[in-house]
Design a protein. Structure first.
Length: 115
């Protein structure tokens, strides 16, 4: 059974930091491209950051320089370090894994940036 389980969300003040984690099970983690998406209220889900099999990373323009995606293959875990958070970063953040047309999603973790 494949599971992607996110953790680390919560309430943070503007300018603060959070680190999200996504623990994967049931997949050969090193094969998969892993991504973080987010969906704000009333908006479409959008790609935030991605890391592919070789370790290359990409970021949405809105988070570049503030967020960092990384992974620990031994732990089958992908992380999203979020710094200098802004109210507009408020959203449910989803972990996504893909390989060869196969896609898996986590259930999401809520990040709220507010004073």
């Amino acid at each position: 059974q494949v599971q992607l389980v996110e953790s680390g969300g919560g309430l943070v003040q503007p300018g603060g930091s959070l680190r999200l984690s996504c623990a994967a099970s049931g997949i050969t983690f090193s094969f998969y491209a892993m991504d973080w998406y987010r969906q704000a209220p009333g908006k479409q889900r959008e790609l935030v950051a991605a890391i592919v099999g070789g370790g290359a990373t990409t970021y949405a323009a809105s988070v570049k320089g503030r967020f960092k995606i990384s992974r620990d293959i031994a732990k089958s875990t992908v992380y999203l370090q979020m710094n200098s958070l802004k109210p507009e970063d408020t959203a449910v953040y989803y972990c996504h894994g893909s390989w060869g047309g196969i896609n898996y999603w986590g259930e999401g973790t809520l990040v709220t940036v507010s004073s």
